[in-house]
Design a protein around this ligand. Sequence first.
Ligand SMILES: Cc1cc2nc3c(=O)[nH]c(=O)nc-3n(C[C@H](O)[C@H](O)[C@H](O)COP(=O)(O)O)c2cc1C
Length: 434
Amino acid sequence: MLPEHTSKQIIGTKSQILKGKKIALCITGSVAAVECPIIARELMRHGAEVYAVMSPAATKLISPALMEWATGNPVVTELTGMVEHISLAGEHPNAVSIVLVAPATANTISKIAYGIDDTPVTTVVTTAIGAKIPVVVVPAMHESMYHHPIILENLKRLEAYGIEIIGPRFEEGKAKIAHINTIVARVIEILSKKKDMKGLKVLITGGPTREYIDAVRYISNPSSGKMGVALAEEAALRGAEVTLIYGPGTAEPPFNVKVIRVETTKEMLDAALSEVGEKCYDIIICAAAVSDYAPESKVNEKIPSGKENLQISLKPLPKVIDAIRLAAPKAFLVGFKAEYGVSKEELISRAIKKLRNANLDMIVANDVSKPNAGFSAESNEVYVIDKRENVHHISLSNKKIVASRIFDLILEELWEGKEKIISEELISQTRESL
Ligand SMILES: Cc1cc2nc3c(=O)[nH]c(=O)nc-3n(C[C@H](O)[C@H](O)[C@H](O)COP(=O)(O)O)c2cc1C
């Protein structure tokens, strides 16, 4: 047997942040393939092992021998009886931690979007998606190709399946591959995500609900579901088993969580009760903007237009969070409180009142009248209040970052509570043994 490839000597020379991580670098037939040896070696310098996979079109542009030299590992250019796609990206003990398709051609993007696998690259990607291994796609092509509406639609399709797209960069009439540093930084970010929620079961409600007036009209609110989706995505990335009970929001739910679609508050309540009855959830977050009122009765046809005066009488709806608290008394329960145009003091004081009345473990309060912090915004600014009524401010940030901070705070509280229970149990066991 030959000694280890000398190329591997660069592994970990810059940092150990990717130590123990295996990366499949899938290369397709774009001229940007010339960047691949550099991408591979930069990932290696941060500690990763890189395995190159090439489409036949890619092998016409750069040589597999170059990628073998760059990575120090054999290159997959065809699938054989060794079922390379399963060892690399299937449910296999040595499977890679991430599949990076860089550069990704228009052709490969479209094939992935439709589950076609007829090259080693597309088969590895299909296998990875099924095995829930993160897939990142880095497009590169002429701008004219990129602006084909089907390509743009297919990129959206990939995102809907939880595939992350990096770039492209528009320069010299081309949709160029993202900068190497951008690609490497994002891979590091994805792979260094702490798996500190492994073993935890998390239930999240998200999006708005609708209460029907007649067969076609309803009362609702402009919630996009982005906050609930960001929370679900974050918990799944951190290793939790996640269920999202999702009202009719516009944000695409993550592919790696169980999604239960609902429309009305009653459907959300029923779904939540059925879930907590079936499974012992550790954390439950009620982030949905549920309707508090519904029409007294629904007219089962379309109310004709042209009426002089139409009165709709509303009745209050049962509080979903109260019912969840009764059904899951031991779960760490987090509520959301949205207010409109109130002072910070009033926002916090109303949230504390709800925290106490609903017997919550934590509450997240926000003022939806603030610019860029409303229902459909990408960002949010919130105050998180724990059971001891400590107030933590999360300044205006992207909802993904807000979600990450909220889970940091939940875990701090959760582990502190668990440690207290364990130490109390230990004390009582010690007393008994004396
Ligand atoms: C020199 C050369 C450069 C190419 N560059 C690109 C490119 O940057 N992006 C792209 O989408 N296709 C590009 N193509 C076309 C693809 O190679 C072609 O669509 C091929 O079928 C892609 O196969 P693959 O996706 O399996 O690798 C290029 C072709 C040649 C010959």
